[in-house]
Design a protein around this ligand. Structure first.
Ligand SMILES: Nc1ncnc2c1ncn2[C@@H]1O[C@H](COP(=O)(O)OP(=O)(O)O)[C@@H](O)[C@H]1O
Ligand SMILES: O=C(O)[C@@H](O)C(=O)COP(=O)(O)O
Length: 417
């Protein structure tokens, strides 16, 4: 196994697995403590660790790292969000620290850049399009508001290890310069560097400098550059890419992301299909809300796809959090959408699109799915995959902040058998 991936949310795991599959690797994705399958070039473990308490996140990483290393992984890859989603407590720093201990790596880099999705790092500062992340809508994220753009500071607040910078002028000089800069930082007692990257070429340079390290970390876009290098080194044989999953049966969207993009997608879908908006600030009891939402959705399924969403604008999120607390609001939304997923599948839905990383994790776990087959990556936000058990399902697990405005309807249609 060339790469053992650990992703801190499910949409990130699907994106990573999809990019490796697009690079011609045989890839499996498992959730949590599900067994690591054999005969794969890469296995990605999806954990719900992004906003878990630090000790819980580290325990999950320890079990995943031991399982992947035990199965023979040459390199571990820690996949986090391209917008470096985390809080001052973690969990990027604490989980990276754990992986450094487990792999014995003396040094690693952090490369969240994802140019195709307009996420770029320059002088350690993270940009979303032309805005610093702290000026972008990410500052309103319900769980991981990003208010500090300097990732050296963000990471340093989460770890006792020393953090430096691998600046773009060095990356632009190529892999040998990157390797020299990394050695200089390591000899000066630093363990980590935030790596600048603005283009695919920059990421390819970082990949060429790190392809044989025991541990690398970043967005999925860094990992996408490893397969051609491994092939060139004679380590990777070509594999047949799997087609995207299709299924008969009804289609439905469950949207728990509160991002601007998801709310635009919901509004677009509402122009053509029924949408139920649930206001968490007015929720009576979760059980009553679930009954009511299922009563609304199930009779409509026969006539075409439906969407159920808890998404609100920043004011609605603030109102829900004032009433239920930050975690309480998230838990309520996730339990509700997870319960609805079970009801929809029991009523014959076989094509599901879920918007939001945490939301996707909650829905897939509520459905009792432990393993996914991931289709090759197509474009940002569109995570096509399939589950065989407990029901054969075609799924699109969408990163909440990405993907075209009309994708709910078009992707569900493309998933039809
Ligand atoms: N109205 C709401 N108020 C507060 N939190 C919400 C609301 N609706 C959903 N949530 C929670 O917000 C979080 C959104 O995160 P996620 O699903 O990862 O979306 P994204 O991919 O945009 O980050 C989820 O935990 C979800 O349960
Ligand atoms: O790196 C990315 O942007 C995605 O893979 C990802 O992790 C997005 O997270 P969510 O927006 O929470 O789905």
């Amino acid at each position: 196994m060339l790469l053992g991936g650990i992703a801190d949310d499910l949409t990130g795991a699907v994106e990573l697995a999809g990019m490796l599959a697009a690079g011609g690797m045989r890839v499996a994705l498992v959730l949590d403590d599900a067994p690591i399958p054999s005969g794969q070039d890469a296995v990605v473990v999806a954990l719900p660790s992004r906003v878990a308490p630090v000790a819980e996140a580290r325990d999950g990483f320890a079990r995943a790292a031991d399982a992947l290393l035990g199965a023979g992984a040459r390199m571990l890859f820690f996949k986090y969000c391209a917008t470096f989603d985390s809080t001052p407590q973690g969990n990027i720093g604490p989980c990276a620290d754990l992986l450094m201990e487990r792999t014995g790596a003396p040094f690693t880099l952090f490369a969240p850049s994802f140019p195709e999705a307009e996420r770029r790092v320059f002088m350690g500062h993270l940009f979303v399009g032309a805005q610093l992340v702290s000026n972008s809508p990410k500052r309103f994220d319900p769980l991981t508001p990003m208010t500090e753009p300097d990732l050296v500071k963000v990471l340093a607040a989460q770890t006792a290890r020393r953090v430096g910078l691998l600046p773009l002028p060095v990356v632009a000089q190529g892999e040998a310069a990157v390797a020299r800069h990394a050695s200089t930082l390591r000899e000066a007692g630093l363990s980590y560097a935030i790596a600048d990257a603005a283009t695919e070429e920059d990421l390819a340079t970082l990949a060429r400098a790190s392809w044989d390290w025991p541990l690398a970390t970043g967005g999925s876009n860094l990992a996408a550059h490893y397969p051609p290098i491994w092939r060139e080194k004679g380590l990777l044989a070509p594999a047949a890419a799997l087609p995207p999953a299709r299924a008969g049966g009804h289609g439905a969207v469950l949207a728990g992301s509160c991002s601007d993009r998801t709310r635009e997608q919901v509004a677009h879908f509402a122009g053509h299909h029924p949408v139920l908006r649930i206001d968490l600030a007015r929720l009576e009891t979760p059980a009553a809300a679930l009954r009511e939402a299922a009563g609304w959705a199930l009779p409509r399924l026969e006539r075409g796809p439906v969407c159920i969403t808890t998404a609100g604008d920043p004011q609605a999120v603030a109102a829900a959090q004032a009433r239920l607390g930050r975690e309480g609001a998230a838990r309520a939304a996730e339990e509700l959408l997870g319960g609805l997923a079970r009801a929809l599948v029991a009523a014959g839905a076989r094509r599901l699109l879920v918007a939001g990383g945490e939301t996707s994790g909650a829905v897939i776990r509520a459905l009792g799915i432990a393993r996914l087959t991931v289709a090759p990556y197509v474009s940002p936000g569109i995570g096509l995959c399939a589950a065989e058990a407990p029901e054969p399902l075609a799924l699109c697990l969408e990163s909440g902040k990405l993907g075209p405005v009309d994708m709910f309807g078009t992707v569900l249609e493309r998933m039809r058998a």
